[in-house]
Write a protein that binds this ligand. Structure first.
Ligand code: PRP
Length: 211
């Protein structure tokens, strides 16, 4: 059998996906990301260890048959991939946050409002539904700094535990959407390797359904 390739994000989602594949009986071996290796081989699978935002790129291009990506990543791009299974892991919320005193400003938004974010598309779409066209600063990390130093009163970011907001004196002002990790599939693999792909999808679905 040709190996099935998987693009997986580094970090917690990597281990959680491996656990699902193992517990569902699809993956026989233990696979860990403790090394700096970027390709990890098992008998039937080849895992690519990538940054979360890069997962859909590998899947859309067909380099990987499968991938695991959150709604935050998928909604920010415009990727032509199937999303057949909600894995129910990687739960977080995509929110508008800021200093508590910015709540009042949020009630009276104008087009000159500034927003700092790693998710310019999600932020732009969200505010445009309110009829607002904000000035969006795209950042690559530590977004919570922006309201503290005056770059922008609002950030659009993901919140998992809420610790980062809390430790920086920020609060959730509005929730844009809840996000969980999805199993994503390359459209060509879906047809050319349909038997293997369907088997994996069905097995994962029945495993998750039985939890
Ligand atoms: C993410 C996100 C928040 C934080 C939220 O950042 O952008 O900053 O996690 O998690 P929490 O609610 O559990 O505190 P990440 O850790 O990916 O780091 P980054 O800011 O460098 O992107």
């Amino acid at each position: 059998m040709e190996k099935i390739s998987f693009a997986l994000p580094k970090g917690r989602l990597f281990g959680q996906t491996i656990d699902i594949l193992r517990n569902a009986g699809i993956l026989k071996e233990t696979v860990s990301q403790d090394t700096r290796k970027l390709i990890i081989e098992s008998e039937n699978f080849r895992f690519f260890v990538v940054r979360s935002k890069d997962v859909p790129v590998y899947v859309e291009s067909g380099i990987a048959d499968f991938g695991v990506a959150g709604d935050d990543v998928l909604d920010e791009g415009n990727y032509d991939v199937y999303r057949p299974v909600d894995l129910g892991i990687g739960y977080c919320r995509i929110v508008v946050a800021g200093k508590p005193e910015s709540r009042e400003l949020y009630e009276n938004l104008s087009n000159s409002v500034k927003v700092a974010t790693k998710y310019p598309k999600i932020a732009g779409n969200f505010f445009s539904k309110k009829g607002i066209k904000p000035i969006v600063y795209e950042l690559y990390g530590s977004v919570e700094l922006a309201p503290l130093v005056g770059l922008a009163p609002f950030i659009v970011d993901i919140v998992e535990t809420g610790t980062t907001l809390k430790e920086n004196g920020l609060v959730v002002i509005d929730t844009i959407k809840e996000s969980t990790a999805k199993l994503i599939v390359n459209r060509v693999s879906y047809k050319t390797k349909s038997q293997d792909i369907f088997l994996l999808i069905n097995t994962v679905e029945s495993f998750l359904g039985g939890l």
